[in-house]
Design a protein. Structure first.
Length: 181
């Protein structure tokens, strides 16, 4: 026995269409262009957000044709190298090479620079050697120590004053290589 159902929206068929299977309404004119427009707008918004993000987080983009002139660092006045006989130098070995601090201490003593102590640094994998001085007035003495050892540069580091070492030589792999150690 066939059942009767009340009429609903699925029973309304536009004129001129014959029903075969499920009903699909005809496509509205211009619907493809509207979809394309939304996709293009989303692409432009995402690209603009990406460019703004790169500019904000990187701050290195330059869209100009000419390169920007970088400011040359101003030359800093350096003190003349001197020997301070009243300030002992602490020599620290920052490599795995045994006896490197003792050899550097001998070189310093031969140059007339007093050596207070030799020891191993807290790290044994340092690559660069430096003479650290604890206050600006010790720069000349630090440069004098650096002149006595090959491959040395000086750096100001106030934390050495806190531990009672106004001048410290920290030896790295470059010193071991330069001295054949």
């Amino acid at each position: 026995m066939a059942q009767k159902f009340p009429r609903d929206r699925f029973d309304r068929i536009p004129h001129g269409m014959e029903r075969v299977g499920a009903h699909r309404a005809p496509r509205r004119p211009g619907q493809g262009w509207i979809t394309f427009g939304w996709a293009a707008l989303a692409t432009v918004v995402l690209a603009a957000a990406g460019i703004v993000g790169v500019v904000v987080f990187n701050d290195r983009l330059n869209f100009g044709d000419e390169p920007q002139a970088s400011q040359a660092p101003e030359p800093t006045a350096t003190a003349a190298p001197t020997v301070a006989p009243d300030i002992p130098v602490t020599v620290l070995n920052g490599t795995a090479t045994a006896g490197l601090a003792a050899r550097a201490a001998e070189t310093l003593q031969a140059a007339g620079i007093p050596v207070g102590a030799t020891a191993n640094a807290s790290e044994q994998d340092l690559t660069e050697s430096y003479v650290y001085y604890a206050s600006p007035e010790l720069e000349g003495a630090a440069r004098g120590v650096a002149q006595a050892l090959p491959e040395m540069d000086v750096r100001l580091d106030p934390k050495f004053a806190e531990i009672g070492t106004p001048l410290a030589v920290v030896l790295g792999a470059d010193y071991a290589t330069a001295t054949g150690g």
